[in-house]
Design a protein. Structure first.
Length: 654
């Protein structure tokens, strides 16, 4: 490919305050650069020191790194430890009575769980799993609501050495069945129902349907947490209530000591072939990445109250709810519900109520909340906040500025984090006490992460030009393989085009004159318009910078002359327009993009909707939008969408 053109220009910059910098974990650019230099000069020594200083080992490692079977790298592979021990046990002597989890249910009920409480719950459930014959190396699928028991189940699996694989509670029975079969799971942990936005979610019924589809004969146990009083169907001998499984179990459970390279979990992510990829993460390397990045990127202090709004069904919930914060002994909020129930002020009232100091959410949620009430945060006391974060996709500068000014009161640094299911932890993000932040940029790689932007031959591209985002050296939290498909792992992430040396992220990016990274979108979302390769994120950012627009998604459609035409799906801050009004606003927005970026990026067509098709985690399903733009019949599974009815609205055009 030719290099991708960068057309987004952003000149605003916000340095950390003196007060923030003075107390920061990484204080000032000199400290950041010193860490980078240390990693450059002694790469394995840098990671080895972090692993020795921040993880608790049963058997200390003597070998840091083994690349003899690249790209199947090994880290700390003669050491032994346990992830659950690192997240819970080692805190008990010094802060057992500290609150680990502040759980707020969908209906507003609140429960505080200390580290001592968490230890007891995890041990009881771990012993319950062992009583069903579940042991080290067995795979256990979790299909749970966003409740404390989901975290308990993850930690219990880690404690006994079982490999957990979480399937997000919004997935269909067919999707659940595919993942159970691929993993060869011996057990499923679910709930009778979940609660979401005042409505019940039939988790046990979906689990039963998945198992009835066949191919899941390996499943011998279905453990069911009773979240609601409602009855569910039951298979005697296979199904067991959580409370019965834990009744009478010992209150202590000795952790299973795992080799550093033993799998901790499998997490399935979408693949271009339609077959989900089972991303397999190791125990020690993954835990180190999650723990260290939480400490440095979120500038963790012991007095913080941290809140990540993700679901544990996604990698963000693994790294920055279940493992990273707990390994650091943090206090965090866990939320069962949605940001718009009972109204659009839910996030802001919770920050005020729980005195949240670090808030981590998705750009999609931010843009939606702008549309639903841009002034709502001003009605609440958000003075406890000191740091904000974003995750999941690039954040457009206008949403960034609203987040910074209205939510953060222009005093809270924003850590825009770039990473992936496959990387396990943040790769590019500002050290908030060191780096000047720019709206829309994830800024600079973490120390020890050797990121670059290259062309199709693997050669670095010049500043300002776009290309493939790659990481040139392996790092501890990197995916170890695709479960059951080592060849797919190699061809997907270490392709021959780069001589199998670089980890290919699948994203396009460019760097500005300060070396800051700007994510331009997925490589397969790059548009080729009249020979110009344009990143979709930049066109979306231009649209959202218009005061009429709340949210936008851009895709390409084949065009006989230009190669691809630009199709924009737009949500306005006001009502969805129709007829002549829609045509007039569409013309206004097309001209706006032409002025902001250039005529080459001007959308050929704009369709208006009341919303965009999103998963329940807030991710925009651009693959569906591409089908809509082409006028194709939707044949893909839409069961994971929060709002499947929105597709009909967008298909109807203007």
């Amino acid at each position: 490919m030719s290099t991708i053109e960068s057309v987004l220009k952003e000149t605003r910059s916000f340095p950390p305050s003196d007060a923030f910098r003075q107390r920061a974990v990484v204080s000032g650019m000199d400290a950041y650069n010193a860490l980078c230099d240390q990693a450059d000069q002694d790469y394995t020594g840098y990671w080895g020191d972090l692993a020795r200083n921040h993880l608790s080992w049963k058997t200390p490692f003597t070998r840091v790194f083994d690349d003899s079977n690249a790209p199947f790298f090994k880290w700390f592979d003669d050491g032994e430890l346990n992830a659950s021990y690192n997240c819970i046990d080692r805190h008990l002597a010094t802060q057992g009575d500290k609150v680990a989890l502040i759980f707020e249910a969908d209906n507003g009920d609140v429960e505080h769980i200390t580290y001592n409480d968490l230890y007891s719950r995890v041990c009881l459930f771990a012993n319950g799993l062992k009583s069903r014959g579940i042991k080290k190396g067995d795979r256990v699928v979790l299909y749970m609501p966003m409740v404390v028991e989901a975290i308990v189940a993850m930690q219990a699996c880690a404690r006994i050495g079982a490999i957990h694989s979480i399937v997000f509670g919004g997935f269909s029975a067919k999707s659940l069945q595919e993942r159970i079969c691929d993993a060869g799971a011996v057990a499923v942990i679910t709930a009778n129902e979940g609660m979401r936005g005042g409505k019940t979610v039939p988790l046990k019924a979906t689990t039963d349907e998945a198992l009835a589809l066949g191919g899941c004969e390996s499943v011998k146990t279905v453990a069911v947490y009773q979240r609601t009083p409602n009855d569910v169907s039951w298979v005697e001998g296979r199904d067991v209530w959580w409370h019965d499984l834990t009744a009478g179990q010992p209150a202590d459970c000795e952790p299973e000591w795992m080799n550093a390279e033993d799998p901790l979990f499998i997490l399935y992510t979408s693949g271009s072939t339609g077959k989900p990829k089972g991303i397999q993460h190791s125990t020690a390397g993954y835990l180190l990445g999650a723990m260290n990045s939480f400490r440095t990127v979120f500038d963790y202090r012991p007095e913080d109250v941290y809140w990540c709004t993700a679901d544990v069904g996604w990698i963000t919930g693994h790294s920055y709810i279940c493992y990273g914060p707990l390994a650091n002994g943090a206090t965090q909020v866990v939320f069962e519900g949605i940001p718009t129930y009972p109204d659009a002020s839910r996030f802001w009232s919770m920050i005020e109520r729980h005195k949240v100091s670090i808030f981590y959410t998705a750009p999609t949620a931010i843009r939606s909340l702008v549309k639903l009430g841009a002034d709502l945060p001003t009605k609440f006391d958000l003075s406890s906040l000191r740091l904000l974060g974003t995750v999941g996709e690039p954040i457009n500068p206008e949403a960034w500025m609203w987040y910074y000014e209205v939510v953060g009161g222009s005093r809270c640094p924003i850590v825009d984090t770039w990473w992936q299911t496959e990387t396990g932890s943040a790769m590019i993000a500002p050290m908030p006490g060191a780096v000047d932040i720019k709206p829309g940029s994830c800024t600079l790689p973490l120390p020890g992460i050797m990121a670059d932007i290259v062309d199709e031959s693997g050669a670095p591209v010049e500043l300002g030009r776009g290309g493939y985002l790659v990481i040139k050296k392996p790092f501890p939290s990197l995916v170890r393989t695709i479960w059951g498909d080592a060849e797919r792992f190699k061809t997907t992430y270490f392709p021959d085009e780069f001589n199998g040396k670089y980890y290919l992220a699948g994203d396009s990016a460019h760097r500005d004159e300060n070396g800051y990274f700007w994510i331009m979108g997925r490589i397969d979302d790059v548009l080729n318009v009249s020979g110009h390769r344009l990143g979709t994120m930049e066109i979306e950012s231009a649209l959202v910078s218009n005061p009429l627009v709340a949210e936008a998604a851009v895709v390409g459609k084949p065009h006989d002359i230009k190669g691809e035409s630009v199709i924009a799906f737009v949500v306005l801050k006001g009502p969805r327009p129709e007829g002549d009004e829609a045509k007039q606003i569409a013309t206004t927005l097309k001209n706006w993009v032409a002025h902001e970026i250039g005529k080459i990026a001007q959308p050929d067509e704009i369709r208006f909707g009341e919303n965009l098709p999103k998963t329940r985690s807030g991710k925009i399903m651009r693959r569906l939008l591409r089908s809509v733009a082409k006028g194709e019949t939707i044949t893909q599974d839409v069961s994971t969408l929060e709002n499947p009815q929105i597709l009909e609205q967008l298909q109807s055009g203007m």
